[in-house]
Design a protein around this ligand. Sequence first.
Ligand code: ADP
Length: 299
Amino acid sequence: MNFKQIAQTCKEDDIIVCYNIIQTILKERQANRAMSVIANLIKDSRKIVVKIGSNTLSGENGMVNREAMQNIVEQLHELMQSGKQIIIVSSGAGVCGIAAINKWHRKNDINYKQALCAIGQVELMMTYKELFAEYDIHVAQMLLTRDDFGDHTRNIHIRNALFTLVDEGVVPVVNENDSVCVEEIKIGDNDTLSALTANLWGADLLIILSDIDGVYDKNPKTSKDAELIEEVYDIDGLLSEIDARGKSHFGTGGVITKISAAEKVNEYGIPLILANGSKKDILRKLVNGTERGTVFFGK
Ligand code: ADP
């Protein structure tokens, strides 16, 4: 007997149960396939830019989450031991500044914001320095602005400095030079900065760690039934499909800047993985094929 003949002998209720089971199995298979795509992508990449968002670096109380940073550094070290080269693009200077000085967090004044970033950048780098020192690895700070990427000579110097550092086993930690940037000359968000860095260095892969598993059809923070989109080949198609509320509400940051970062790197043939940096051991799990994310392959 074939499936159709068996189904014809079954009760309607049993067919519905069966249908649901098959749907679940198919979804699981699809998820497993997507996870192994991510695992293989990381395994096949040598030069990896990892962008760490401020949500990943700060705890629920808005203070720096040292434990989370330690966990990420531990995993980056493991990747380096397996032959990968790593550049970090790290947010978190503002959060670190508030944690260090414990005042001004309510001030909206740009001078105070820039002052906090200037203070926090030192704290941020000190934390990376201490955590990487556990493995005898040096870190180097690169503070960049939009102008640096627009100028050919500076481009070459940044590129050469990055190559030299990485070749010597040092981990560059890139951030926007917030305390010298005014709105008009800002890159504005570290998703874009990480994409520009990946393109300049000629990375094989960009991984953006945020506080969500990837891009959903609608904002997962406000819609419980939001579904994760695991593989993206057509960004324009994606933008027309995902919930517009997610887009307009987070129009100046959020998931939109991650998608436009994907657009930028995909143009140069570099894939981007968006994954949840607030999950412990996220990089290990991605490498083992046991954690989900969104991969942008480009056209
Ligand atoms: P980070 O500080 O890590 O860069 P952001 O807060 O800028 O992260 O962006 C991630 C946020 O984007 C998520 O927490 C989520 O609330 C929001 N978001 C809005 N729409 C979507 C969507 N369709 N898919 C995923 N996230 C979305």
